[in-house]
Design a protein around this ligand. Structure first.
Ligand code: SF4
Length: 111
């Protein structure tokens, strides 16, 4: 017994399956960021990078290059969406950072 699957059915199935992949990726990112524990500022890596949960608390004498507009929400490493209170950070894998936080690994998010 041979099964007949038309080329059209294969193409349609592939297109339908392919259309769900980006949606699943977005859902996975949202769920992942929401469940992440916050970075502990006393963590050795966090301390080494001068991480603070409030960028207005950056010690200017220690980080003279810090500017008021530099915060996690404007950093290229921040994985949250604009307006998110917190988001994942590429530097602190497995943890979330507040959008108003900062560390010395800050780099301008591309426009
Ligand atoms: S790398 Fe960027 S997003 Fe991550 S903690 Fe530092 S300033 Fe915030």
């Amino acid at each position: 017994m041979s099964s007949k699957i038309s080329r059209r059915a294969v193409v349609q199935g592939g297109l339908i399956a392919g259309s769900f992949i980006p949606v699943l990726g977005l859902l996975a990112n949202s769920a992942t960021a929401a469940g992440l524990p916050p970075v502990d500022p006393t963590d050795p890596t966090a301390k080494a990078l001068g991480f603070v949960t409030d960028s207005t608390k950056v010690v200017a004498t220690s980080y003279p290059a810090h500017k008021p507009n530099q915060k996690c929400g404007t950093c290229a490493q921040f994985q949250g969406k604009p307006g998110d209170a917190t988001g994942a950070c590429n530097i602190f894998a497995g943890h979330s950072v507040p959008q108003g936080g900062w560390c010395s690994a800050w780099i301008q998010k591309p426009a």
